[in-house]
Design a protein around this ligand. Structure first.
Ligand SMILES: [Mn+2]
Length: 222
């Protein structure tokens, strides 16, 4: 069975591209298994706007005629909702010995240790919006901090690749960094599927002979 993998939808977040994702679910993924690789819900305690609730209903419906796996990330860990009996919730998933799939927060040694920095950072982000700057998702703002962001990205990448090597996988895919990329490091393919809170929204297509990262308009990412 062929599989499609997406990550970091952040359903409930004002930047979630709900209409784009709805179209994607109704068209692109027909005939594929679906893997949701973490941070699918932005905040489990928050009530969802109706247009976002629709997406959860579509995911629920999709699970009745294909395999749907929901891998927990740092945002949606502990999320429980009725009607997802056919969805498999887990922290790590794999497709044979070929592809290791996990959100990536376990590989992140930087963010959890820098709570004070994150707090200050969010404060500045909020202040910036209050001053009148165009509101952007906090991850988008983080990308302006190029050196810190690059360090975070590479840290997740290096640890993911190390984990793939140690466990005998040919490739590994994560989300978490909100930065779509497909690279080869130490002979291991590392793919990050980015986020659905900004363009280009990406998805990974896994077939018996290839692993390809694509944007929603069908283009390959590199
Ligand atoms: Mn995320």
């Amino acid at each position: 069975m062929n599989t499609i993998i997406v990550s970091d939808l952040h359903i409930g977040c004002r930047y979630f591209l709900s209409e784009v994702f709805e179209r994607f679910l109704e068209t692109t993924i027909k005939g594929y298994d679906l893997i949701l690789n973490g941070d699918i819900i932005d905040d489990p305690k928050m009530e969802l706007p109706p247009s976002h609730q629709v997406i959860l209903n579509l995911i629920r419906r999709a699970s009745h005629n294909r395999r749907v796996v929901w891998i927990r990330g740092n945002h949606d860990n502990g999320y429980l909702s009725e009607g997802f009996e056919r969805v498999q919730f887990k922290r790590v998933h794999s497709i044979k010995k070929k592809l290791l799939i996990t959100h990536g927060d376990d590989f992140d040694e930087i963010m959890p240790r820098n709570q004070a920095f994150i707090k200050a950072f969010k404060l500045m982000h909020n202040l910036r919006i209050k001053i009148g700057a165009r509101p952007v998702h906090v991850a988008y703002y983080a990308k302006k901090w190029a050196i810190f962001y690059r360090y975070l990205r590479k840290n997740v990448m290096r640890n993911a690749v190390r984990c793939a090597v140690e466990n005998g996988y040919e490739a590994v895919t994560c989300g978490h960094t909100h930065y779509p990329e497909q690279v080869v490091l130490n002979g291991i393919q590392y793919i990050n599927t980015g986020a659905w809170t900004e363009f280009p929204a990406c998805y990974l297509v896994v077939t018996p002979d290839k692993i390809a990262l694509k944007t929603i308009n069908g283009n390959a990412i590199n």
